[in-house]
Write a protein that binds this ligand. Structure first.
Ligand code: SF4
Length: 276
């Protein structure tokens, strides 16, 4: 039997919802700071007219290291890391390493650590691929990708978020229809049991693919070479394909399934649905 690092999995086999929340208390004894609904409206209005650096600076001044950047090293995440670095905002940075990432992605992580000069923390699932196969059969992603994503992405993320007040992402509205209404500031229920909330900050929400890649090239930021050969959104190698002109950026993920999100952006309940 393998030992679990995360809380026991309690999700339906065919779906990530409903999701059992964490009971973990934040590691910092200070209570998380709450934003009101009006704060969210005001901040979204203000941040829609300002630059990414100001948004990140606000997060740093408000949350310090209880804010962290989560990135899969897509283009927008790289821009954010660069903006944080040049403006002296030392957020912790983490990535989800499912054990099924492309070699190019793993090499990119090391290149980015060298480029930015800090460690990017990898969050791992409880089960190795072999252990997952022993418990759930081979190639789970071909049969139950929701369950696979929950175990390999959502649970490690949930554990990390239980110790944060602000999760900074590289979501962009232009990426897909499911992301078209992303707010720059959003509030989620981090824990249904104790009403703990978490701020999800999406400073890149209004950036376009073109502006992201112009920035990356201008600043010579290392990026995934798979982008140069037809991959536009890059996840696990088992669930990612190249896309063609006319497809949206995330069309190359989970081909053959209706699935459009891995679950990390949908497992928590959004609390205030205020938009600019
Ligand atoms: S993207 Fe595919 S392989 Fe990766 S965790 Fe999700 S279902 Fe599993």
């Amino acid at each position: 039997m393998f030992e679990r690092k995360h809380k026991p999995l309690s999700v339906p086999r065919a779906s990530v919802a409903p999701f059992l929340p964490s009971n973990d208390a934040p590691s910092d004894p200070e209570l998380p700071f709450r934003l009101t609904a009006q704060d969210v409206i005001d901040l979204n209005g203000r941040f829609a007219k300002t630059d990414t650096a100001e948004i990140l600076t606000w997060a740093w001044e408000r949350f310090g290291t209880r804010a962290a950047v989560g990135t899969a090293f897509q283009g927008a995440g790289l821009v954010m890391l660069h903006q944080a670095k040049i403006h002296g905002l030392p957020f912790p940075v983490f990535t989800l390493d499912t054990g099924l990432l492309f070699p190019e992605t793993l090499q990119l992580k090391k290149r980015l650590e060298d480029f930015f000069g800090y460690e990017i923390k990898s969050l791992h699932p409880d089960l190795t691929i072999a252990e997952q196969e022993e418990a759930h059969g081979p190639n789970l992603w071909e049969r139950e990708p929701d369950l696979c994503c929950t175990m390999r992405k959502v649970l490690p993320l949930r554990d990390r978020l239980s110790k944060l007040d602000c999760w900074i992402t590289g979501l962009r509205r232009e990426q897909s229809e499911s992301r078209a209404d992303v707010g720059i500031v959003e509030i989620y229920k981090a824990d249904e049991n104790n009403e703990r909330e978490i701020v999800k900050l999406n400073p890149m929400a209004l950036w376009t693919r073109d502006t992201v890649w112009a920035y990356i090239r201008e600043h010579k930021i290392p990026y995934n070479p798979l982008h140069d050969v037809g991959y536009r959104s890059i996840g696990c190698m088992t669930c990612t394909r190249k896309t063609t002109a006319g497809e949206h950026e995330r069309a190359g993920r989970w081909t053959g399934f209706k699935k459009i999100e891995c679950g990390i952006h949908t497992f928590m309940s959004r609390k205030n649905d205020f938009q600019i």
